[in-house]
Design a protein around this ligand. Sequence first.
Ligand code: FNR
Length: 391
Amino acid sequence: MKSFGDYQNEIYFAGLHGVRPALPVDFRTLEARATAALPPSVLSYVQGGCGDEFTQRRNVEAFSEWGIVPRMLVDTRVRDLSVDVFGKRIAAPLMLAPIGVIGVCAQDGHGDIATAKAAAAAGVPMIASTLMNDPLETVAEALGGGDAFFQLYTPKDRDLAASFVRRAEAAGYRGIVVTLDTWLTGWRPRDLNDSNFPQLRGVALANYFSDPHFRAKLKAPPEEDIAAAVGLWASVFGQTVTWEDLAWLRSITRLPLIVKGIQHPDDAKRAIDVGVDAVYCSNHGGRQANGGIASIDLLPDLVAACGNVPVWFDSGVRSGTDVVKALAMGASLVGIGRPYAYGLALGGTAGVVHVVRSILAEADLLMAVDGFPDLAALRAAGVRRTRPQSR
Ligand code: FNR
């Protein structure tokens, strides 16, 4: 039976014929390669975060403060990493987090489509951003039978919000992920120092420009007057989603509703009361608010607050080891952001597939060595602090 860890043998055996992997398998080397390859404006937008990037750094560092205690004398020759996602079995508990400029991370500008193809090929769900370079319907077609969820940046105009939801339903997205922490942009020095905000240059607005409701509000179509279209976008982007808005969103769709950006257990509980189907623990990779606590450090309290409701997780995941730790701490699905953006920039669809396969291989081999044949065993074992906590 094939396992994710087999990728390791594939790489070693190819080496016997003089073939090395086209891209590195570790994040540090991957990021260094992407740093050399990406246009500076795209790199700073992807790599940068909020303020002095304290939270962004903590997201990554904090993983090293949690560790796994292995169990021996367990037969782990066969591992099962599969997970139930709203009634469907998915082979691995990994997802591609929404990235609004993923379109321009690809050299041809169609990175959303390349990501959809990669998600389908690798068998992991894509969370497709509202901010796409191609319309959500075109991206959905590229998925073939793959799974995708539509991430909603709720517009101020409810009719436009409803139109996005209807389109996502019609195109076959499996749920709506409402992002709560981005009704405006956090203070991002790298982008500010370059006066660089891609959306104001018309990047990643295809879902707006293709929307009948949005277009009806324009005197001339975006193809003829891009400045007016971008101006309308700037005026409608960014509803400060409140509990009332969340209840409204719940009322307009029967698709699973997932709230992204939850950090406090009380918010998680209240969102569950409103009827959400999953809580997504994330601080947007440290891009939106600085001075926060690493997302992984907040995960245990959220999991405890959510009971049987699944908790999705991202922010700071850089390796298969990080994925295993987040799963051991109770996450149902673990998302990666920047790692796959770099994979896409360097290798297109194949680059994303390679990043996913590398992360899953590391996770699978770690579970094998550590004595966990499945996610239930891993979760039951949990994690410990790698150093005693001072009081
Ligand atoms: C993001 N993220 C994001 N989130 C979201 O809900 N909608 C979006 O459009 C975007 N856009 C976006 C662009 C870029 C360049 C990045 C790096 C991130 C946040 C993303 O979904 C996820 O929360 C973080 O990327 C996770 O952190 P890591 O893995 O990048 O550390």
